[in-house]
Write a protein that binds this ligand. Structure first.
Ligand code: SF4
Length: 152
């Protein structure tokens, strides 16, 4: 399974020395439930098997290693994530973990474009600061349906 590696890697749930604490961007609904999730060095929700927040896991965390820019409706990938090559390869197969992840993210983003556009804007701005993002032009061809949806 593609994301099995995350429990071992845990890179994205830690803040490297020299970086300021990372305040995870939360949707307005998550803010009401969680208040805030701030990583000084290592996220307090990170257990030996990975994130222990279950269904409460912030959407910004679930979206990673993707970032979404609502301005140009494009997806980006954090090039420091070791899953990048496998994820890209996986997108060629509609049943792969990568394709299922992308489609789940697209569905939620489509809703957030209507209900919480400020979150999407802020989340991408934070991602730009912390990650080394690369635009994924290939995703445009797989997002036709999503784009149609997000404009309705
Ligand atoms: S909330 Fe979970 S996924 Fe997000 S940084 Fe913390 S441990 Fe990682």
């Amino acid at each position: 399974m593609l994301f099995d590696h995350c429990a071992e890697c845990q890179r994205c749930c830690n803040v490297e020395a020299g970086y300021p604490p990372l305040d995870i961007t939360l949707t307005s609904t998550e803010k009401k439930k969680l208040g805030s999730v701030c990583i000084e060095t290592r996220c307090e929700h990170l257990g030996p098997q990975g994130c222990n927040m279950g269904t409460e896991k912030p959407f910004g965390c679930s979206l990673y290693p993707l970032s979404y820019n609502p301005k140009n409706k494009s997806f980006y990938f954090d090039t420091d994530c070791p899953l990048m090559d496998d994820y890209m390869l996986g997108l060629k197969d509609a049943d792969s973990d990568a394709s299922l992840h992308l489609s789940r993210m697209q569905e939620t983003i489509s809703q957030l474009e209507q209900t919480d556009p400020k979150f999407l804007k802020k989340n991408h701005a934070v991602d730009v600061t912390y990650f080394d993002l690369k635009k994924i032009p290939a995703l445009h061809s797989t997002t036709k349906q999503f784009k149609k949806k997000s404009h309705t």
